[in-house]
Design a protein around this ligand. Structure first.
Ligand SMILES: C[S@@+](CC[C@H](N)C(=O)[O-])C[C@H]1O[C@@H](n2cnc3c(N)ncnc32)[C@H](O)[C@@H]1O
Length: 293
């Protein structure tokens, strides 16, 4: 446990991605997209019916409203499929940006071998984290992708919904083929438990989606990399200040998107709002390769 008076809360501010790092993110992104046959996981691996245009519009409206904390029930596979088909590739790019930023600038982020994607959906965040780690280790991605148990001892995809577990399992089996046995699939509600300090938790747009009254304070004592709406990351930062029991660092990454990827990402630029909680948060941006503003 960290002593209350030593707990740090920092902001690294807004960080613009330069063209070299944009190129590296796009290289990893294009590799994963090819490996998935340029489809999203629910397009490839589920029999979920396609929603009507009116149903899709209603869901997108509610997702935008999430910034004011609208709870969306993703236990319905059709709802999740609409979400995945609209946001999978955009989120994949965002998670690659965060993964590259952290793993290339902070040594300890490359060494975690127990990693859990919480509220994993299609497993997008863990996929980005692992592919970025492999790219940084080997300088390129090609051939069969192997996850060595020496590098990754315990990998978990966690989602309270069975449909999402089945979809992420199918997507990971396609990409990691012979290494799929190294990955665990769990349906436990980890957010109601105390965070395990030996595990790195990846939390992508899950905290905006949990039941409004869930107390996540005990979970956040563990090491988490959170990507969410800025309103949510600010709320967690405020909780860290108030409780003074867990450290946090926030930052936002901004990247342009090359013209050939605008269609799958559905945007000309992306902004990622992230917050890291737990005992080993980065406290200064001085040595970063990425250009900080
Ligand atoms: C908006 S989706 C995000 C999925 C994925 N992280 C991504 O970025 O594409 C939120 C996911 O969190 C899951 N979820 C909601 N509450 C959860 C909880 N308490 N524990 C684990 N998963 C949860 C939902 O089933 C849903 O798949």
């Amino acid at each position: 446990m960290i002593a209350a008076n030593s707990v740090q809360h920092n902001s690294l501010g807004k960080i613009n991605i330069d063209s070299r790092d944009q190129y590296r993110c796009e290289y990893i992104f294009a590799f994963v997209r090819r490996a998935l046959g340029k489809k999203t996981p629910t397009q490839s691996f589920s029999n979920s019916k396609s929603a009507s245009p009116a149903e899709k519009n209603e869901l997108f409206k509610r997702i935008r409203l999430q910034q004011t904390n609208t709870h969306i029930d993703f236990s319905n596979g059709d709802t999740f499929s609409v979400y995945d088909q609209r946001y999978f590739y955009r989120n994949l790019y965002k998670y690659i940006l965060v993964s590259l930023y952290l793993q290339s600038n902070y040594e300890h982020f490359r060494t975690y071998n127990k990693i859990c994607d919480v509220g994993a959906g299609s497993g997008t965040f863990l996929l980005a984290w692992l592919m970025t780690g492999l790219y940084l280790r080997y300088g390129r991605l090609d051939g069969e992708i192997v996850l060595s148990p020496l590098d990754y001892k315990e990998l978990t995809l966690n989602d309270t919904n069975g449909f999402q577990n089945a979809v992420s399992q199918a997507a990971f089996s396609r990409i990691f083929r012979n290494s799929i046995g190294n990955i665990r699939f769990s349906q436990e509600d980890l957010l109601k438990k105390k965070g395990d300090p030996s595990c790195l938790y990846l939390c992508g747009y899950v905290l905006t989606n949990i039941e409004p009254n869930t107390n996540i304070f005990r979970f956040l004592i563990g090491k988490c990399v959170i990507v969410d709406f800025p309103e949510k990351t600010r709320e967690i930062e405020a909780l860290a200040w108030k409780r003074r029991r867990f450290a946090s660092t926030s930052f936002s990454l901004h990247s342009k998107i090359s013209s050939n990827l605008i269609k799958p990402i559905k945007s000309v630029a992306v902004e990622v709002h992230s917050l890291i909680s737990g005992p080993e948060v980065p406290s200064d941006a001085a040595h970063l390769q990425f250009a900080a503003e």
